[in-house]
Design a binder for this molecule. Structure first.
Ligand SMILES: *Cc1c(COP(=O)(O)O)cnc(C)c1O
Length: 438
C-alpha cells in the first residue's frame, strides 16, 4: 500500500487562526483529530467539523464579516481551515437577485434567486466546496487532489487545483455532457471517464482513496468540503440585510448542500448574527433520480437507492450520502421534497431565462420547476419571502435544451430580407414560431 502523502498537522497549520478543534461523528458523537478522515470507526456515521461557537460569538460581528474579502473567505472563521491565506479565486458573494418578473408569473410576492450560475471560477456552486477542500488539503500536506464527480465538481477541482499548483486526477461517469468534460480537460488534469453511473464512480474512488493517499475532496476530505456549502446560507442572510428568508428551495443530489445551508442559518442564529426563526426547507429532485423525494412522499425515514435516468446529470446520485439528514430537515421545518419530469426541467430552464435573464443548467431547471409545482400545490405561501438556489450554468448543459428553444432566422445581408424576416416574426407568436422552426 502506498503511504498517504499527509504530513503532521502541526507543521502546516498556524493554529492561532483555527476556530475548530475536532471532527465529530453525526451519529454517535465520537470525536476525531481534524485530519483526512470522514467516517466513524465505531458506527460508520459521517464526521462533521466541530467549532468553538462561544469564541465565535465573542469575536465575529456583522462589521468584521463586512470588512473581509468579497468572497466566501469573509466567513473564514466559520470554515474548517487554519491558514490566513486560503485559496481565494473570488469564489462566492454571487448575486442575490430579486426576481420580480418570475415572482409575478408564479404568484409570489417576494422571490429571490441566489445565482451561483455565475460563481467563480467555474460557474457552479461547487467552487465553494472545492475552495475550502483544497485549502484544507494543502494544510494537511496533500500534493495530489481528486474527486468523484457528476460534472461540476470535476470542473471546480481541476480549475482550482491548477491555480493552487496541486496535481489533479478526477473521475467522472463516461456519459457526461460535452461542456462538462471539456470544461475539465482544459485545465489538463488526468480525467478518468468510468463506464458506469456516479454511484459506481464513487465506489471506485473510495477504493482509490484508501490506496493512493490522495486528497479526494468529496471522500476523505468530505467533512471539510461540505462545510463550504454553508456559505450559501451565510451570503443569503447577509444579502437580505442580516435576516433569514421564510422559505428556501434547493436541489438535492447527495443532500449535502441542502443540509449545510441549514447549518449555516443555524450557526448565524447561534452566534447572534441574525434573529432566530424557522426557515422552511424544500428540496428539488428529478423524477428520474428521486430517492429522497420518494422517501419523503412515502413517509419513510430511510432511503432506497435508485438507478438514475434523467437529463439532470449533475444531481443524479442514486444513493445519496446525506439523504436522511435532508429528509429530516425538510420535515422538521415544515418544508417539502418534490420531483419533476425532464420536460418540466426544460420548461424550468426556459422560464428562468425568459423572466430573469439567467441561463441555468438542468439542476437549476429542476429547482425552478419544483418551485412552480410547490406554489401551484399551495405548499409555498404567496406571502413567504422565498429564495431559490440556482447552482449551475446552462452553457455547460446545452444538449438539454437543444431542439426546444427555436432557431435564428437566417437571412442574406439585405434590408429586404430582414424586413420579410421581421414581418414573419411578428405574425407568429413566440410559441408558434418555435413550433414552426423546431
Ligand atoms: C453537485 C450539485 C448539486 C447538489 O449537490 P449535493 O451537495 O450533492 O446535494 C446541485 N446543483 C449542482 C449544479 C451541482 O453540481
Amino acid at each position: 500500500m502506498i503511504q498517504a502523502t499527509q504530513t503532521s498537522n502541526l507543521t502546516c497549520t498556524r493554529s492561532t487562526a483555527a476556530t475548530f478543534s475536532a471532527l465529530k461523528c453525526k451519529e454517535c458523537g465520537a470525536e476525531y483529530e481534524p485530519k483526512a478522515v470522514h467516517v466513524c470507526e465505531f458506527c460508520f456515521g459521517p464526521l462533521e467539523v466541530l467549532y468553538d461557537y462561544s469564541a465565535l460569538s465573542r469575536t465575529v460581528t456583522r462589521e468584521s464579516i463586512q470588512a473581509g474579502p468579497k468572497s466566501i473567505w469573509r466567513y473564514r472563521s466559520f470554515l474548517p481551515v487554519a491558514t490566513d491565506t486560503p485559496i481565494d479565486v473570488g469564489t462566492g458573494m454571487t448575486p442575490l437577485l430579486q426576481a420580480n418578473r418570475l415572482a409575478r408569473r408564479l404568484g409570489l410576492k417576494r422571490l429571490f434567486i441566489k445565482n451561483d450560475a455565475v460563481n467563480m471560477p467555474t460557474l457552479s456552486f461547487k467552487d465553494r466546496v472545492v475552495s475550502v477542500a483544497l485549502t484544507r488539503a494543502r494544510e494537511l500536506g496533500f500534493t495530489t487532489v481528486s474527486c468523484a464527480s457528476t460534472g461540476n465538481l470535476a470542473n471546480s477541482t481541476a480549475a482550482i487545483a491548477a491555480y493552487a499548483g496541486l496535481e489533479c486526477c478526477v473521475f467522472i461517469p463516461a456519459d457526461l455532457e460535452a461542456g462538462k468534460v471539456l470544461g475539465t480537460l482544459v485545465y489538463s488534469p488526468t480525467v478518468i471517464a468510468v463506464q458506469g453511473n456516479y454511484d459506481q464512480v464513487n465506489r471506485l474512488c473510495s477504493e482509490v482513496a484508501n490506496t493512493y493517499g490522495w486528497g479526494f475532496v468529496n471522500i476523505n476530505l468530505r467533512p471539510y468540503y461540505s462545510e463550504g456549502s454553508k456559505t450559501l446560507g451565510y451570503e443569503v442572510a447577509e444579502q437580505l440585510g442580516w435576516q433569514l428568508p421564510d422559505h428556501i428551495v434547493a436541489p438535492l443530489a447527495s443532500g449535502s448542500l441542502f443540509t449545510k445551508i441549514y447549518k449555516g442559518f443555524q450557526e448565524f442564529i447561534k452566534v447572534g448574527l441574525v434573529d432566530d426563526k424557522t426557515v422552511r426547507f424544500s428540496g428539488a429532485q428529478a423524477e428520474g433520480c428521486s430517492p429522497i423525494a420518494q422517501a419523503f412522499r412515502e413517509n419513510r425515514d430511510f432511503i432506497t437507492p435508485v438507478k438514475p435516468s434523467t437529463i439532470a446529470k449533475s444531481i443524479a446520485i442514486g444513493n445519496p450520502a446525506d439523504g436522511v439528514y435532508a429528509l429530516d430537515i425538510a420535515r422538521k421545518t415544515n418544508g417539502n421534497i418534490e420531483a419533476v419530469t425532464d420536460s418540466e426541467i426544460i420548461d424550468g430552464i426556459k422560464l428562468l431565462a425568459e423572466t430573469e435573464g439567467i441561463f441555468t443548467e438542468t439542476a437549476g431547471g429542476t429547482t425552478i420547476a419544483v418551485l412552480k409545482k410547490l406554489i401551484e400545490a399551495g405548499k409555498i405561501d404567496p406571502d413567504e419571502t422565498t429564495v431559490a438556489y440556482i447552482t449551475g450554468n446552462g452553457l455547460k448543459t446545452q444538449e438539454a435544451v437543444q431542439g426546444y428553444i427555436g432557431e435564428p432566422l437566417t437571412i442574406e445581408p439585405k434590408l429586404d430580407n430582414f424586413e420579410r424576416a421581421w414581418e414573419r416574426a411578428q405574425t407568429l407568436d413566440r410559441l408558434e414560431w418555435q413550433q414552426v422552426l423546431v
